[in-house]
Design a protein around this ligand. Structure first.
Ligand SMILES: Nc1ncnc2c1ncn2[C@@H]1O[C@H](COP(=O)(O)OP(=O)(O)O)[C@@H](O)[C@H]1O
Ligand SMILES: [Mg+2]
Length: 244
């Protein structure tokens, strides 16, 4: 569903190598967690996948579509929730969702169903007719997640979604992601929170200083990290080793 081949990206004319020869594959049906400390290169990677940044080298395909060669076709397959969603603050939540629904041509029935279900899940019903500028960061992130899911994309990409979600919402959200993946779609989300990755993902890729230092299921990662039993230990060990 998502494939990155030897993708690199530097900022400031090569001074900062944010993503360094990254290769990874997310098959349909999978919730993939992209885990790494702050500054590891997660957001940069995501921005390249969604077409906001151009890789220096390498290729990215979404559902078989090359993001650089066929950007519009690729974007039709993606739902994206950024780390700090930039929403139209002068619209109400409802107006915003209708706007997104119009842009993506989401049929009214689908719109009602998905929005109704998610609003309830996120306890956002009461705020729907308030202006977005009155929302907290968490509320904005929830609204942005709904907007990303509404067009029913093959690949859902979420940049640190759990920072704005309380435990109840994130548990419900996990179920939603699971159902989407069981229907052959895929979810790619970044987090610096180990616990979230451990609870939510089928497979995890650990990124440190722009490089993928490990990937696999929790069991595989545990085996790699010499029997350490929590992801935290594994994570620390892997990110320490790659700094040496
Ligand atoms: N616009 C930018 N200009 C220069 N450096 C940047 C820019 N954005 C990110 N970086 C640097 O690139 C590296 C990776 O950042 P980022 O992709 O945001 O990591 P993460 O999302 O994992 O926290 C960091 O060293 C960061 O300081
Ligand atoms: Mg980030």
């Amino acid at each position: 569903m998502l494939s990155l081949r030897n993708v690199s990206k530097s900022y400031r004319k090569g001074e900062v190598k944010a993503v360094d020869d990254l290769t990874l594959e997310v098959p349909p049906g999978e919730i993939f967690g992209f885990l790494g400390p702050n500054g590891a290169g997660k957001t940069t990677t995501i921005k390249m996948v969604v077409g906001l940044l151009r890789p220096d080298t390498g290729t990215i395909t979404v559902d078989g579509v090359d993001v650089a060669r066929d950007p519009v076709k690729a974007k039709r397959r993606i739902g994206y929730c950024p780390d700090y969603p930039d929403l139209y603050e002068k619209l109400t939540g409802l107006e915003y969702l209708n706007f997104i629904g119009d842009v993506f041509g989401v049929p009214t029935e689908t719109r009602r169903r998905i929005v109704g279900e998610l609003l309830e899940m996120f306890s956002l019903q009461d705020a729907l007719t308030d202006l977005i500028q009155t929302y907290s960061h968490g509320m904005k992130q929830k609204l942005a997640v709904i907007a990303a899911v509404m067009p029913d994309p093959a690949l859902l990409i979420l940049d640190e979604p759990m920072t704005g979600l309380d435990p109840k919402s994130s548990a419900l959200f996990k179920d939603l992601m699971r159902r989407r993946c069981d229907a052959g779609k895929a979810v790619f989300f970044s987090t610096h929170i180990l616990d979230v990755a451990e609870r939510v993902c089928d497979r995890v890729g650990i990124i440190n200083r722009g490089r993928l230092v490990a990937q696999g299921t929790m069991e595989e990662l545990r085996a790699m990290a010499r029997g350490q039993d929590t992801l935290e230990r594994i994570f620390l060990e892997l990110t320490e080793e790659s700094e040496g």
